[in-house]
Design a protein around this ligand. Structure first.
Ligand SMILES: Nc1ncnc2c1ncn2[C@@H]1O[C@H](COP(=O)(O)OP(=O)(O)OP(=O)(O)O)[C@@H](O)[C@H]1O
Ligand SMILES: [Mg+2]
Length: 573
């Protein structure tokens, strides 16, 4: 944001004022905090201190060391549509300041007791007190250059709006969030946020945006982020996104900026999530901070009263670019999913005699055929050159690859295999279903019935034959059998429940969503003990999947400990 050097405030001509959407600027304490901090930033402040009490209901104070105002300008600033930032409607295109309507201060002043203390040079300043929109006092004060706005008893004269305020703690959270967002946009400005005399956020000025993310989001989350940088046509996307393996279903943070201005846009967040494809566990919500740079004329920032939303001329193109940006960034991620810095794709070891591959192209019956047999395939069954494999903690599979020790997460690997298998089944190679001797009847909720209706074709393609049985009951007459440990009824129930709850809503495409849900529920779990033969089959199938085997799915599917790393650690290098 550029600050404004000229302090000449002009009242906007009516025509311009009308072209600017007026609206509910002040909805809750956090909106006051947002407007005041934006003004401070527009004024070129290098230090912004925000203080609230009782969630901002009794006190909000924003103090800055910005340009300040002269007495007459300060009086004018409290008038409707007095702004120093814009004088014709054409200036709205590509506006670089947060403020442009000249509306915030008067709007706040009309619903609270407001004191504006300001000075454009150290020493002499003015203090103006406004009460419910009525100017009460203008006095000279001694103060440093900068501005302090104090807002007390918000909505004291509008009880209806006061009633809508939430608890102090939830209003405090919203205020914190408002400061955090602006702090992320301005690493070069020092921010302090105090709530009820406790310092909640301290972000010292820095030239390094990732340092700012650490102060605002916390080191733990910040350390799970990797950089994004991608340009396509008139769009440029930079920022940080969470490593797939660190994404979780809850607690994520997202922040979007367009040309430095924070805004909200769930569709763009979805587009970014789509860029993860199957690299994240369905249902996981990665954190992200994305800066979009678009041509000024391609974005309209004046479509929302609190400027929280913006409108793009080429939304589809932008969504596609965001998705691609994420995909590109994750492509580079291979290295960071590995231990150590060199991260070659593990060489495909001889997990199984080649003869057993390809016999069961549908993959329905082959995997884990021997699961029930307690004795593993005897050594004579396996080729002499087979790499030894080891299952540890009933969760990971270890073997020596050409360049290091390879560690595979069994659930993640199996999910990867079943996901691709389900996608093939959904796109034209339906699974062979196993008919149940005794059909199973299941009672579902209304939402689950809807989900069955919506996904009936997908269910059938993967081998579930399901028919209504009156009321909320359905009957399952055939089920898939991807491996002998498979519990078809449980898998059906869980898959349908997930679909009904929209748990996998992050998936852009209905088939992918279904395949991911099914794969997640059908795969072997961490904690399942596998026979050696099962382990080998799983690895063989994993290495046949389309995605490179070192790709990550949910938690990383494969982690490699490079040989050089071992040698370094043991002092052999
Ligand atoms: N902290 C500040 N330091 C210096 N000048 C300020 C400060 N806050 C407000 N002003 C001046 O007061 C004017 C009115 O502020 P106000 O927030 O009402 O309108 P705006 O920022 O121009 O537009 P918007 O309503 O879109 O925020 C500003 O244009 C600016 O000149
Ligand atoms: Mg403003």
């Amino acid at each position: 944001m550029t600050s404004l050097k000229t302090r000449r405030i002009a009242v906007l001509p009516d025509a311009v004022a009308d072209q600017i959407a007026a609206g509910e600027v002040v909805e809750r304490p956090a909106s006051v905090v947002k407007e005041l901090v934006e003004n401070s930033l527009d004024a070129g402040a290098t230090h912004v201190r925000v203080e609230i009490e009782n969630g901002g209901k009794t006190l909000i104070r924003v103090a800055d060391d910005g340009s300040g105002m002269q007495r007459d300008d300060a009086i004018l600033a409290l008038d409707r549509h007095a702004t120093s930032k814009l004088s014709t409607a054409a200036d709205l295109v590509g506006i670089a300041t947060f403020g442009f309507r000249g509306e915030a201060l008067p709007a706040i002043a009309s619903v609270a007791r407001l004191t504006l203390s300001t000075s454009d040079e150290d020493g002499a300043g003015s203090e103006i007190t406004v009460n419910g929109g009525r100017m009460e006092r203008v006095e000279p004060v001694a103060r440093q250059r900068g501005t302090t706005v104090t807002v007390r008893q918000l909505f004291y004269n509008t009880p209806a709006r006061r009633k809508f305020l939430r608890s102090s703690s939830s209003e405090t959270r919203a205020c914190h969030e408002a400061v955090a967002t602006l702090a992320l946009a301005h690493p070069a400005v020092t921010f302090e946020f105090h709530a009820d005399q406790v310092l909640r956020l301290h972000a010292p000025a820095t030239a390094d945006p990732s340092e700012r993310i650490r102060s605002v989001w916390g080191r733990e989350l910040a350390d799970t982020l990797v950089p994004v940088a991608h340009a396509l046509g008139a769009f440029r996307i930079t920022g940080l996104i969470q490593r797939p393996a660190d994404a979780r279903p809850t607690g994520r943070r997202t922040q979007l900026f367009v040309n430095g201005r924070p805004f909200r846009d769930n569709f763009l967040v979805r587009a970014a999530e789509a860029g993860y494809r199957s690299a994240i566990h369905p249902g996981d919500r990665p954190s992200m901070l994305l800066n979009l740079e678009v041509r000024a004329e391609d974005v309209d920032v004046n479509v929302h009263p609190a400027k929280l939303e913006v409108r793009f001329r080429d939304r589809i193109g932008l969504e596609r670019t965001v998705e691609e940006a994420v995909r590109h960034a994750l492509g580079d991620l291979v290295a960071s999913a590995m231990i150590g810095d060199s991260a070659p794709v593990p060489a495909m070891p001889a997990f199984l005699p080649p003869a057993t591959q390809g016999e069961d192209p549908t993959g329905i019956l082959g995997l884990f055929q021997d699961a029930e047999s307690p004795a593993d395939a005897p050594a004579s069954d396996t080729r002499a050159d087979q790499v030894p494999v080891l299952q540890v903690f009933d969760t990971y599979i270890l073997y020596a690859g050409e360049d290091g020790v390879v560690i595979v997460d069994q659930h993640s690997a199996h999910e990867r295999v079943l996901y691709e298998e389900a996608m093939r089944q959904l796109t034209g190679m339906p699974a062979t279903a196993q008919h149940l001797l005794v059909p199973a009847t299941l009672e579902l909720t209304d939402e689950e019935l809807d989900a069955v209706e919506t996904h009936r074709e997908a269910l059938e393609a993967t081998g579930f034959d399901v028919a209504p049985f009156g009321g909320r009951t359905v009957v399952l007459t055939a089920v898939p059998s991807p491996h002998p440990r498979f519990d078809a009824i449980a898998c059906f129930r869980e898959t349908v429940a997930d679909l009904a709850r929209g748990r996998f809503g992050g998936w852009a495409n209905r088939l992918e969503r279904y395949a991911a849900t099914y794969a997640c529920r059908a795969a072997v779990k961490a904690g399942d003990r596998l026979s050696e033969r099962e382990v080998r089959e799983l690895l063989t199938r994993l290495f046949q999947t389309d995605l490179p085997p070192h790709d990550v799915h949910g938690r990383s599917t494969i982690v490699q400990l490079p040989r050089e790393e071992l040698e370094r650690r043991f002092g052999r290098r």
